[in-house]
Design a binder for this molecule. Sequence first.
Ligand SMILES: *Cc1c(COP(=O)(O)O)cnc(C)c1O
Length: 385
Amino acid sequence: MIKTNKLVMIPGPTPVVRSIQDQMARETVAFGDAAFVKDFSEVIADLKAMWRCDGEVFVVAGSGTMGMEMAIANTTKRGDNVLICSNGYFGDRFIDMCTRKGLNTDVISAEWGASVTPEMVEKKLAEKQYQVVTVTHVETSTGVEAPIAAIGEVMKKHPEIIYIVDGVAASGGADQYMDTMGIDVVLSCTQKAFGVAPGLTMVWASAKAMEKRKSLGAIPESYIDFDKWLPVMHDPSKYWGTPAINLVWALKESVRIMKEEGLEERYARHRRQAAMFDAALEAIGFRVAAEKAFRAPTLSVYLYPEGSGIDDAKFRTVLAGEGAQTAGCLGGFAGKGFRMGHMGNIDKHTLVSAIAAVERSCVKCGYAVELGKALGVLQKGLVNE
Ligand SMILES: *Cc1c(COP(=O)(O)O)cnc(C)c1O
């Protein structure tokens, strides 16, 4: 047998389509190049319109974690009270980040597999004056989607508070509308549902968040200061830090693909795709770790069937050999299952190949599933696509 190509089915990076790869392979130009400046401006304008942002968009070199830090740095000052709504590993990431900045943090934690609810947030906001609330839209360690719109309704009753959404594993795959959802800051990055290589963070800040930034005066951070980047975002021929030119082009192509598919259809496709994947794996005995009400459209945590005798490390190694790279579980789910992304620019071939690889791996690891059973469920869904 010739070597099988590996599909990147981890929850980011996700598969990068040829037309996006081609943008990264282009000859690099000066950041002041007139054509590049125009391209960069268009990306910023598109992102602003698509997320229905009435403020500013920042596109800066760095990973998603930098986006989280950028959101916090530009909306808080030492001594502020922050309410962190955490559904797992990435929600918790805000705790250390905020504590280091000298913020007082309170945390509402959901059981792994469940989500913090609007009621829990409402109760907490009635007890104490917070300056900022953070919510992780899709928690990558559990495959849980938080009800960001319903939490947004609670936030609308507290207009003095800044509502930050970590959109990293959601943006471009799950509905995010800043205006109707009452979101003040969304942060994301390129390697998840945008389907671009890692390297850029995107931060959307509402007019209210920009007012908040202004009220803070000088902040301790420099590279991630909105004030430093704002002139560049308004006119990309200006300089603060050198933009990641080829990645900006790649992001532009990703945005073009999103517009071509239609954002609403893209979100709907992700929900259909996720339901098919979950049903396919359930058909061969796997359990979806996220509670039904909170299943994410972009990635899932699949727990091994009871009594299957599957060894986690071996299974994922075999699965990678069969052509699908997946990720191990974190926290309470560690060793009990695997994490699989189903987001971004993935087509029918990819979906079919990934499920087929899972079936072969089960058999190779001694869990005798009926080959084609999960695939059949997926195919019945895909035939209507
Ligand atoms: C991946 C991820 C991050 C971190 O992004 P990096 O690019 O790895 O820094 C933060 N939040 C969520 C929800 C994520 O899925």
